[in-house]
Design a protein around this ligand. Structure first.
Ligand SMILES: C[S@@+](CC[C@H](N)C(=O)[O-])C[C@H]1O[C@@H](n2cnc3c(N)ncnc32)[C@H](O)[C@@H]1O
Length: 213
């Protein structure tokens, strides 16, 4: 797998190139460093929600869109969940596969190259879907894709989402953040397990670079 395998996506090239550089740097880390699974608040809450709902992780099938370096997929895989991940950059998929191997999760976790927008979701195909810091990059497809995602979650399942970093610097094109009000409207009839602000990306990025040093 090399850079030419990167999936062509609508997300602006300058942003994809930035993440690609980050994953290329992270690939230089040792297995000892990559063993660390750095996940943020929505994932902890998800883990607690599964417990509260009495769901056996081994019976839970998750899709993660734009799975990045595979930390979240492996974290949920270590809990026992079956996780399928999709990510457009080959360096990220390589990184995720290293993590899968380090944690011996080959039987439960797969991360494939793909477009989070084009990926066939089907209807009620997954118990839960995780989308962290990525849906907003679909721009005018953000809300339509959000609806497709909801449609693909089975009754009783969870949507684990993080997206907004406010205030955010201006971008061109503007990132399509989903407001809390929009989420509440789109998710009418769903139970909100928790909702809050997510400033954790700053910490996470620093940690990632710390690992590389
Ligand atoms: C800010 S990163 C977040 C990654 C991961 N979800 C996390 O929380 O660490 C955004 C990710 O979205 C991926 N991405 C952007 N557009 C995509 C698309 N259309 N399909 C698949 N992945 C995409 C990028 O390659 C990058 O890994």
């Amino acid at each position: 797998m090399n850079d030419s395998d990167n999936v062509k996506v609508a997300t602006p090239e300058k942003w994809m190139a930035g993440w690609d550089r980050m994953y290329a740097e992270m690939l230089k880390a040792s297995d000892d460093d990559l063993i660390q699974l750095d996940v943020r608040r929505p994932v902890w809450w998800f883990m607690r929600a599964l417990g509260t709902a009495g769901i056996d992780p081994k019976e839970h099938h998750i899709l993660e869109l734009a799975a990045g370096d595979g930390s979240v997929a492996c974290y949920m895989g270590k809990l026992g969940c079956r996780v399928d991940g999709v990510e457009a950059l080959s360096n990220a998929v390589k990184l995720a596969n290293r993590r899968i191997n380090i944690h011996n999760l080959q039987d439960r976790v797969t991360i494939k190259l793909g477009d989070m927008d084009g990926w066939e979701l089907g209807t009620e195909s997954y118990d839960s879907i995780i989308v962290i810091q990525s849906l907003q990059y679909l721009l005018d497809r953000t809300i339509p894709r959000l609806r497709e995602i909801f449609n693909a979650i089975r009754p009783g399942g969870f949507f684990v989402y993080s997206g907004n970093i406010l205030p955010h610097y201006d971008t061109e094109p503007p990132i399509r953040f989903i407001t809390e009000e929009e989420l509440r409207t789109e998710l009418d009839g769903w139970t909100f397990y928790c909702i809050g602000s997510d400033e954790a990306i700053v910490t996470k990025m620093i940690k990632k670079f710390d690992i590389i040093k």
